[in-house]
Design a binder for this molecule. Structure first.
Ligand code: AMP
Ligand code: ZN
Length: 472
């Protein structure tokens, strides 16, 4: 008999045994990215955490349906496209592609469905009509609002009382609302903004509605797990619950609410608005294996904040280096025993699982082939040792740092080649140093607005010239 899975359910604020509605069809919905900017490693945290949960669920149950949406209509997208003079389609296509590459880089499995909001507007209009007809929503001046006080369980997830509610960050402040806590389901679009015809005029949905509509389509009115980062608890998840339960007339929406804590830098939440982000792409293009990032993201329990720093990355890199030494393709994967996997069953205790991997490594290093098979299989289960030894070594080679003198020499060589109009040679040198690492230099100009000393200088090379290199 397989061991039971336990999760901290934010709806009850308790660690609970996970019991699915239907053992043969376990259903999980996780809020995905808003595609206006390349995802950062804070966004990578839920990607990796819920990928681990997906693997754990699949280990125990026959069939798991994992849905992660893509928010491709949102004011942030509209504003970013306007400011940068690109079309919305161009912007969202580019970021969706980049996001998919990030997921692959992080060794995350694809969810069963990745629905886009713009492809489900008809369902959102339907749900809005239902909410109006049932008396939970009202129209005013081409806007439709959900009337919060009509839903008596509002605030249960976030532990907020109705009279304490203040307008959340993504709730519009508007004269059209009856009450300040009401949130928008539908709003009008200007001519230059994306819009769809609806009974309330040409417009677009409020952000929360898409998750209610798309989870209903792919998972049904009631399902098992709903996930995302803790910043989504209020208002996003609270509003999803209100919309779905009122529209579907159900007692529940999702039974288990699981939220990851923040990834921070110097104890500040990593966020675009804080100006402290490191994009996943920076690592992807910088010859660091996604396994190292994945390892770092698993090094803290998902409910604890994780502070990002160079030492963390170096430690993860060194551990994987050591582990790769005994990795051999000739060993086939075997089933891993419950006692090894048990920390993951106990509320996704990833640091506990990593501790088990260390123990398995110690047994495997001078052990039998069976010990090695067990260790390698346990690594693969969570997405480690997923590249061949050769690929791993090639990452390492590219990461050998250049000394300051070597770098100066290369820069001079490149400048000479450019002066001689030997652009082919200049490009070759540029590519060579682009793939090498040093933290001694940084751009003197803002080639990358998100510059942080944690990003090796090579990240700046594609968009800047050698003249920008100077000691920091
Ligand atoms: P967004 O694209 O901003 O809607 O965020 C996508 C996902 O990343 C959501 O689940 C957020 O809660 C999560 N997220 C954003 N910033 C962080 C962070 N610094 N640490 C952990 N999770 C985050
Ligand atoms: Zn959502």
């Amino acid at each position: 008999m397989a061991k039971e899975i336990y999760l901290t359910n934010n709806l009850s604020n308790k660690r609970e045994q996970f019991v699915p509605i239907d053992e043969n069809n376990v259903r999980m919905y996780v809020c995905g990215p808003t595609v206006y900017n390349d995802p950062h490693i804070g966004n990578a945290r839920p990607l990796v955490i819920f990928d681990i949960l997906y693997k754990v669920l699949k280990n125990k149950f026959k069939s798991v349906n994992y849905v992660r949406n893509i928010t491709d209509v949102d004011d942030k997208i509209i504003n970013f496209a306007k400011e940068n003079n690109v079309s919305i389609k161009e912007l969202t296509d580019k970021i969706i592609k980049s996001f998919a590459e990030d997921c692959k880089f992080l060794k995350c499995e694809e969810p069963n469905h990745q629905p886009k909001a713009t492809e489900h507007i008809d369902l959102m209009i339907e749900m809005t009509k239902t909410l109006i007809s049932k008396g939970f929503a009202y129209e005013n001046e081409n806007h439709v609002y959900f009337e919060v006080k009509k839903f008596e369980d509002y605030g249960k997830l976030s532990n907020k009382k109705l009279d304490e509610l203040i307008a959340g960050s993504r709730i519009e402040v508007s004269d059209n609302k009856k009450n300040s806590e009401d949130f928008v389901l539908w709003k009008p679009s200007n001519e230059d903004e994306p819009g769809w015809d609806s009974p309330w005029g040409r417009g677009r949905p409020g952000w929360h509605l898409e998750c209610s509509a798309m989870s209903k389509k792919f998972l049904g009115d009631e399902f098992d797990i709903h996930g995302g980062g803790i910043d989504l608890i209020f208002p996003h998840h609270e509003n999803e619950i209100a919309q779905s339960r009122c529209a579907n007339s159900t007692k529940t929406f999702a039974n288990y609410w699981v939220h990851n804590a923040f990834l921070t830098m110097s104890n500040e939440k990593m966020a675009k608005s804080q100006g402290n982000i490191i994009k996943i792409k920076d690592f992807r293009e910088g010859n660091i294996s996604g396994q190292v990032i994945r390892f770092a993201l698993m090094s803290a329990h998902y409910k604890q904040p994780l502070d990002w720093n160079d030492k963390l990355l170096n430690d993860c890199q060194n551990t994987l280096d050591k582990w790769y030494k005994i990795y051999d393709l000739k060993f086939e994967t075997v089933n891993i025993k419950n006692e090894i996997i048990s920390p993951l069953y106990e509320d996704l205790n990833t640091p506990g699982y990593i501790a088990n991997l260390h123990k398995l490594y110690d047994s495997a290093v001078n052990g039998t082939d069976d010990d090695k098979k067990t260790f390698i299989s346990a690594c693969k289960f969570v997405g480690f040792l997923t590249e061949t030894k050769e690929e791993w070594i090639s990452y390492k080679k590219k990461n050998v740092s250049l000394s300051e003198e070597e770098l100066e020499e290369k820069i001079n060589e490149r400048n000479t080649a450019r002066a001689e109009k030997n652009y082919q040679k200049a490009d070759e040198i540029r590519n060579e140093i682009k793939d090498r690492k040093t933290n001694k230099y940084a751009c003197t100009e803002d080639c990358e607005p998100d510059f942080t000393p944690l990003i090796p200088f090579k990240m700046h090379l594609p968009s800047c010239e050698v003249r920008m290199f100077a000691p920091t």
